[in-house]
Design a protein around this ligand. Structure first.
Ligand code: THU
Length: 143
């Protein structure tokens, strides 16, 4: 599949996932789809719960689905919502995305079809680095 066709497929997956958003409290529907280095695609939608703060964003649902299926290296993430300019992942999701794809591309689209492409790194400069955490933990344990 060409690069553009791959991205279009990822956006289509995110659009479809948005239809499954469970957002009875906010009414704000979000769909996400991540593409793994091996080409597999995993989708997510926001899942709201009655105890509001336990809600999970669409992006994190997609990442955790991927990781739980063994896809720990992610190369792109599409997010679709009804917001202009297109919704950008929240801070918590940026870090989760970073852990599994520091170099990933983001494709942010709204229901009007506006599309913004940018590298995740642009949204999370000076990130908390998983490799440095591993190093620090090892040092503390004298390994
Ligand atoms: N939400 C996402 O799913 N992704 C984001 O990047 C921002 C916010 C969800 C959480 C909640 O269900 C609703 O949007 C309103 O904040």
């Amino acid at each position: 599949m060409s690069h553009d066709a791959q991205d279009e497929a990822l956006l289509a997956a995110a659009r479809a996932a948005r239809q499954r958003a469970f957002a009875p409290y906010s009414g704000f529907l979000v769909g996400a789809a991540v593409r793994a280095a091996d080409g597999r695609v995993f989708t997510g939608c926001n899942v709201e719960v009655a105890s509001y703060s336990l809600t999970c964003c669409a992006e994190r649902v997609a990442v955790f689905k991927a990781v739980s299926e063994g896809a720990t290296e992610l190369v792109a993430c599409a997010v679709v919502a009804d917001m202009s300019p297109p919704a950008s992942p929240c801070g918590a999701c940026r870090q989760v995305l970073y852990d599994f794809g520091a170099d990933m591309s983001l494709l942010l689209e709204n229901v009007q079809g506006e599309l913004r492409r940018l590298p995740l790194k642009l949204l999370l400069p000076d990130a908390f680095e998983p490799a440095q955490v591993l190093q620090a933990v090892k040092a503390h344990h004298g390994a």
